[in-house]
Design a protein around this ligand. Structure first.
Ligand code: ADP
Ligand code: MG
Length: 393
């Protein structure tokens, strides 16, 4: 998949509308984590350097088509100005008189930001009238919000019908890294899957079974597969209604020649709490009231050996209850294995990204996807509307 980027289009002197994802956690007006804002800076700075007039738009929270003052983008303006080292202008509407005025007066290299696009009911409905109003503010559209690319909204999809649409740097990197792994993965291609539920990830498994050489499974998802194989899982989290699906997937893997590895040992505790103590058990030894909350050392070793030889690694879902340090070991060890592998590792998914960032190894990983839901849909082989909307190269 090859899409046009900002470099493939003239932006100098033009009003460029940029969809960013500034959906940052905010409490009483204070930004708790500005990562998402900082990630968009290369795109904004590039456009400034090219002499474009930059108009940013984002959503913030879930106002559901209504004006919710606590979710006003105005709150982001001082910090954004600080990050850019210049004053950012704010328009209190999206396509209305105020933003029209700001857009008309904007100078080359200046940056403005619009009010929360989700204050408008048209946004999430992909209403084309609303999209057209947004488009009326600019001459070129840049999408740098991978995190919302799986949604066809006015500011992510509809707008592309009225303006030439290209990717920003963040979006470009996501598309390149994810399509590189999925379209033509260097082999051996190893997929690591964990997380809460088999049912959330059936499509991911089915899509990746067509491409991967190995499928390494951990997390609560593994419990369902292990139970489907006949192991007693004690009080572990198991999706009883997915046992048959799990069996089918195991057969499918075998038929496709994919080596599917499940845990050989697990870390078991009797409760899930900060004080809970984990004990490593082999399969078949899990006590009736025990819960498997992480993968054990033998499993880590077996997975790590395969990861070491991989050329491409895609990882979705943590391998244990990483929120508690005593059950984060497996996930951290696998992050280490991925970081030191010769292969290119792509990590995608809300929780697994949080886990890898917590492990301190994020900098040694080839690509950490910024979009939880979007990366999951990409791994399912779906075409994301926000990506499809961009001009082909
Ligand atoms: P992602 O967001 O990376 O796609 P998921 O949302 O599917 O991942 O799953 C993340 C959740 O799975 C975490 O909250 C984690 O605590 C939970 N989890 C992982 N392993 C287990 C386990 N063995 N038992 C219960 N919960 C688990
Ligand atoms: Mg999650």
């Amino acid at each position: 998949m090859s899409k046009k980027t900002m470099r493939d289009i003239m932006v100098a002197g033009k009003k460029v509308l940029v969809r960013v994802d500034f959906n940052v956690p905010i409490k009483e007006g204070k930004i708790l984590d500005d990562t998402r804002m900082r990630r968009a800076l290369p795109t904004i700075k590039y456009l400034q350097e090219q002499g474009a007039k930059v108009i940013l738009m984002t959503h913030l929270g879930r106002p559901k088509g209504q004006v919710v003052p606590e979710m006003s983008v105005r709150q982001l303006v001082p910090h954004l100005s600080e990050l850019l080292g210049q004053e950012v202008l704010f328009a209190a509407d999206c396509g209305g008189p105020e933003s029209q005025k700001v857009a008309a007066e904007l100078q080359a290299g200046q940056v403005a930001i619009l009010e929360n696009v989700r204050f408008y009911p048209g946004e999430e409905k992909n209403d084309l009238d609303f999209a057209k109003e947004l488009a009326g503010l600019g001459e070129v559209y840049v999408n740098d919000a991978f995190g919302t690319a799986h949604r066809a909204h006015s500011s992510t999809e509809g707008i592309s019908r009225f303006l030439p649409a290209v990717s920003g740097f963040l979006m470009e990197k996501e598309i390149t890294a994810l399509s590189e792994a999925l379209d033509n993965p260097a082999q051996p291609f190893v997929v690591i899957l964990g997380g809460a539920k088999v049912s959330d990830k059936i499509s991911v498994i089915e899509n990746l079974l067509k491409k991967a050489a190995y499928l390494l499974i951990g997390g609560a998802m593994a419990n369902t597969f292990l139970k489907a194989q006949g192991y007693a899982m004690g009080a572990s989290k198991v999706e009883e209604d997915q046992l048959e699906t799990a069996q089918k997937l195991l057969k499918k893997a075998e038929a496709s020649g994919v080596t599917m590895l499940l845990p050989q040992d697990v870390v078991v505790a009797h409760e899930l709490s900060a004080e809970a103590e984990g004990k490593v058990c082999d399969l078949g030894e899990i006590p009736e009231n025990g819960m498997a909350l992480d993968i054990g050392d033998k499993t880590v070793e077996a997975f790590s050996q395969i990861i070491a030889k991989a050329k491409t690694i895609v990882w979705n879902g943590p391998l244990g209850v990483y929120e508690y340090p005593q059950f984060a070991r497996g996930t951290n060890k696998i992050a280490q294995a991925a970081a030191s592998s010769q292969g290119k590792t792509i990590v995608g998914g809300g929780d697994v990204v949080a886990a890898v960032e917590k492990s301190g190894l994020a900098d040694s990983i080839y690509h950490i996807s910024t979009g939880g839901g979007a990366s999951l849909e990409f791994l399912e082989g779906k075409v994301l509307p926000g990506v499809a909307a961009l001009l082909d190269k």
